[in-house]
Design a protein around this ligand. Structure first.
Ligand code: C2E
Ligand code: MG
Ligand code: MG
Length: 690
């Protein structure tokens, strides 16, 4: 037998090539698995098979070049090419098997068997390319061992590639490196164990020996295979990057779509989404001649919460209301937030108009007494307006507008209640809009005016003062009373500027009367809730009064009881501020709210104005009505307050009030609200009578 030897550098090189080929194979399985289009998948399979095949084959070929005998050796070109082709086919097969969607154990074993035989086939074809004469002598034991090792290694390789193919695993790079090392050892093991059983009888001649230097050949094959492997790896990585990028872009796109359709504060669908759903509901209801309802909700008193407790408290209220609202409706209903404190429920597939009413009732009832998991102590109630398809509108905008009009009616009808849309509400909504527009330039165009209603002393007929009452006289709308336009101005915020105008105008009027030599009277000015939540209300008013040159003692402010009690602590502070400037304060419409008597004491105001309702009760309420009024008067006196009875319309009322020692009387019986000139005449009469 000829004595053989190995060039260790080339052995090492062959191992490195095996390592890289293995890693490439693992990387490719992960890559191919992610490719969506079948065309691209085949391209990657083919390209990957070439790279892997070249890798495996060149490992083998370099290992052969590392092997030397004391005779010249060479390789037949065609047969070597055949072994390369075999390697590529085997690689294609391996990649195909590992990137199948499902891989059962029998599949894996069969695959491993075929692949092992293929690699062994490649190896021994490569050996045949030496064209030895006499033929190479193979030892049966080593021969069999090499084939078993090939099959075992192939099966293990398939299995490893399979388990590591998911690119999202933790530290997939490290795992693949370790796996590639094992696979390289297996492949090399197969080769070198096969070579162990090879024997070349003495006097053998290599038929393929042809002058090409084996070192040169080794270098070329190594470089070539490394280039192919590297190129494949780079392409694979670039492709993976692009795929990741695509993934990120589509995720981002998802977020953008979400932002555009969802209200971020509450997580509910926003106005845009709601409109789309109503659109769809219209289509469906038309086809099936079905019915659906739009419930338009606006939180009662939310502006006060927001103004007094701050925006973050307001946001919390909105978020928890949104959550609660979802619990009140059916899961098939859409709950959306339009913005601000406006919410809409779209309820489809209703059988009758009553169904919608029931939903509204459920919402109101559960909001009133519900126990919620969010532990928000604040109780917020909505006013609800309902519009039904098809009778209340054919388009999204019409339905929403009409539901809004119905909601507005619910607010006017005492809040925390619901109303179905009726055609006449639209007229109300239009009128509201007209009034809002009219107020817009009322101040500059002089449409506002003040009337003054005299107040008289209860012990005699002496004039005790006057209350300034605003009027709006518009060329188109006519003369409007404050009960109609003040609530609108409250809602739109116009009340703030109007309020300052009233103060300024009252001061000017006081000065005019003084200039005419008329006696001084104290004038009361009404303040509404929105004005009271203005941060610098008192100093701003003081500034106006000072600028007009009027003494603060000439003016008094009326705050309605309900408003005063909403935030009694703040009201107390504000009253102190007013009093510190010299203004007096009255609690207006007393008896309509739920006064805590303790607060009444803390307020320490000058006057308590009993609501007209109680004055009326003196006539119609029997002895009970009189008892209440006299109790209120007694209480006020004990707290050192004067009592003014509002709305005195009959002589009986007047007489009873005088009997009860009511301090002041105000009402149509004594005098209606008068224009400034008429009030001046009254003052003149008084001087003359005296
Ligand atoms: P208020 O402060 O309780 O004013 C008394 C209202 O009762 C006035 O109505 C007055 O005309 C009316 N009234 C007086 N005597 C009688 C009577 O004997 N019988 C009946 N039925 N009514 C009587 P007006 O002028 O329509 O004002 C309504 C409300 O509008 C006022 O109630 C007040 O809360 C508010 N208001 C009036 N002017 C202003 C203002 O300048 N600013 C603000 N914020 N609110 C105002
Ligand atoms: Mg008043
Ligand atoms: Mg009043």
């Amino acid at each position: 037998m000829l004595i053989s030897s190995y060039n260790l550098w080339l052995v090492a090189t062959s191992f490195v090539v095996a390592l890289l080929a293995s890693y490439t194979a693992l990387d490719l399985t992960g890559r191919i698995l992610r490719v969506g289009s079948p065309m691209l998948r085949h391209a990657w399979l083919a390209g990957g098979a070439v790279a892997m095949g070249v890798g495996i084959w060149s490992m083998h070929f370099i290992a052969m070049l590392a092997y030397s005998l004391p005779i010249p050796l060479g390789y037949d070109f065609a047969i070597t090419g055949l072994s390369l082709a075999l390697a590529i086919v085997v690689s294609y097969f391996a990649l195909f098997v590992t990137t199948r969607k499902v891989l059962t154990t029998p599949h894996l074993l069969c695959g491993g068997l075929l692949m092992g035989l293929g690699i062994a086939g490649m190896h021994y074809t490569g050996m045949a390319a030496m064209k030895m004469d006499p033929a190479i002598h193979y030892q049966t034991g080593w021969y069999a061992a090499s084939i078993v090792i090939a099959i075992g290694a192939a099966t293990a390789a398939l299995w490893i590639a399979r388990t590591l193919r998911d690119e999202d695993q933790h530290n997939v790079f490290g795992k693949r490196c370790a796996a590639a090392l094992i696979m390289a050892i297996a492949i090399s093991g197969m080769h070198y164990s096969g070579m162990q059983g090879v024997g070349f009888p003495a006097g053998s001649i290599c038929g393929a020996a042809g002058g090409v230097d084996s070192h040169w050949l080794a270098a070329v094959v190594t470089l070539f295979s490394l280039a192919v492997i590297a190129l494949t790896l780079i392409l694979s990585r670039l492709d993976a990057r692009a795929a990741t990028l695509m993934g990120a872009v589509s995720r981002l796109n998802g977020q953008i779509v979400r932002l555009a359709t969802i209200d971020t504060l509450t997580g509910l669908p926003n106005r845009k989404t709601l409109k789309e759903r109503i659109e769809r509901a219209i289509d469906q209801s038309r086809r099936r001649s079905g019915m659906f309802a739009i419930l338009f909700m606006d939180l009662d008193g939310f502006k006060t919460i927001n103004d007094s407790l701050g925006h973050s408290a307001g946001d919390e209220v909105l978020a928890s209301f949104a959550q609660r609202l979802q619990l009140c409706v059916r899961s098939s209903d859409t709950v959306a937030r339009l913005g601000g404190d406006e919410f809409v429920v779209l309820s489809e597939n209703l059988t009758s108009h009553d169904d919608a009413g029931k939903i509204a009732e459920t919402v109101l009832e559960r909001m009133r007494k519900g126990v919620w998991t969010d532990n928000q102590p604040l109780q917020v109630m909505p006013s609800i307006g309902i519009a039904l398809f098809p009778q209340d509108g054919e388009t999204v905008d019409e339905l929403l507008k009409n539901a809004d009009a119905a909601m507005y009616e619910a607010k006017r009808g005492g809040r925390s209640t619901y109303r179905f849309f009726e055609a006449k509400m639209n007229e109300a909504a239009t009128r509201t809009l007209n009034i809002q527009n009219a107020m817009h330039d009322a101040m500059t165009k002089g449409y506002f005016s003040l009337h003054f209603q005299p107040k008289f002393r209860g012990d005699g007929d002496e004039l005790a003062g006057a209350e300034a009452l605003i009027r709006l006289n518009h060329p188109q709308l006519g003369l409007l009373g404050p009960l109609e336009f003040i609530p609108i101005a409250e809602r739109s915020g116009q009340i703030v500027q109007i309020g300052y105008w009233v103060v300024r105008e009252t001061c000017r009027q006081i000065r005019r009367w003084a200039a005419d030599g008329l006696p001084q009277v104290k004038v009361a000015i009404n303040l509404s809730p929105r004005q009271l939540s203005q941060p610098k209300l008192v100093s701003k008013i003081l500034e106006i009064v000072k600028a007009e040159g009027v003494a603060c003692e000439q003016i008094m402010f009326e705050i309605t009881e309900t408003v005063a009690m909403t935030d009694a602590q703040r009201t107390t502070e504000m009253i102190r501020e007013f009093q510190a400037c010299g203004f007096e304060i009255a609690i207006d419409d007393f008896g309509t709210g739920y006064s805590s008597l303790a607060y009444l004491q803390r307020f320490r105001v000058k006057q308590l104005k009993i609501d007209r309702f109680f004055t009326n009760g003196l006539d119609s309420g029997g002895p009970g009505g009189a008892a209440i009024v006299s109790a209120i008067i007694a209480l006020a006196h004990s707290l050192d307050m004067d009592v003014v009875a509002e709305g005195v319309e009959t002589a009986t009322q007047r007489d009873k009030l005088k009997e009860m020692a009511c301090d002041e009387l105000q009402g149509f019986l004594l005098a209606r609200p008068l224009t400034a000139d008429a009030f001046a005449d009254l003052l003149k009469e008084r001087i003359e009578a005296a």
